[in-house]
Design a protein around this ligand. Structure first.
Ligand code: SME
Length: 150
C-alpha cells in the first residue's frame, strides 16, 4: 500500500480552517474509505487530568469502549508506553479489549503535543497481519498534522 497520495488529502483537511472535531472526523472517514485494510478508524484522547482515554471522533461501528483506563487494552498500553503498538493478530494479545468479533488486527500510534502523549489514533482491521512500516510512517504523519490543531 502506497500512502503518498493520501498525505496531500490529509493536509488539505488539517489546513482547512474548521472545528477540530470536524477535521478529526473527516480524517477518520478519509482513512477508512481509502485504505482497504482500515475497518475502524478513531481517535482517543486523555480525559482531562484523569488517567484514562476518552473516545473522540471515529468512523466505523459504534464501540462500547468510550472510556479506557491507562494500561488497559492496546490503547491504554500506548497511553503509558508512548510508543506505536502494532498487533498483527489480536488473538495473541492478553491485554486486549475486543470491540468486535470481526477485528483481527490493530495499530495504535500516539499523538504528541509539546512532547506529551495526549492521545492516539487507533485502527482496527478485519485482516490478519495487514500493517507494515508504511502504515506506521503514514500514521505518524497524520498524528503530527493533527497535533498542530490541538
Ligand atoms: N481494541 C482496543 C479498544 C478500542 S477498540 O479497538 C475501538 C484496545 O485493546 O485498546
Amino acid at each position: 500500500m502506497n500512502f503518498e497520495h493520501l498525505k496531500p488529502q490529509v493536509l488539505a483537511l488539517t489546513e482547512n480552517p474548521s472545528a477540530v472535531e470536524d477535521t478529526l472526523l473527516a480524517i477518520c472517514k478519509l482513512l477508512k474509505a481509502e485504505v482497504s485494510h482500515y475497518d475502524w478508524v478513531g481517535f482517543y484522547f486523555k480525559n482531562g487530568d484523569k488517567n484514562e482515554l476518552k473516545l473522540g471522533p471515529y468512523a466505523g461501528a459504534p464501540t462500547d469502549h468510550t472510556i479506557i483506563p491507562f494500561g488497559k487494552g492496546i490503547c491504554g498500553q500506548v497511553a503509558v508506553s508512548n510508543k506505536n503498538f502494532v498487533v498483527p493478530d489480536v488473538k495473541a494479545q492478553d491485554n486486549y479489549i475486543a470491540c468486535s468479533i470481526t477485528v483481527k488486527s490493530e495499530i495504535v500510534v500516539p499523538i504528541f503535543v509539546d512532547g506529551k502523549n495526549i492521545g492516539q489514533i487507533d485502527i482496527d482491521s478485519n485482516t490478519l497481519n495487514p500493517f507494515s512500516k508504511k502504515d506506521e510512517e503514514f500514521l505518524e504523519f497524520v498524528c503530527a498534522k493533527v497535533a498542530v490543531l490541538l
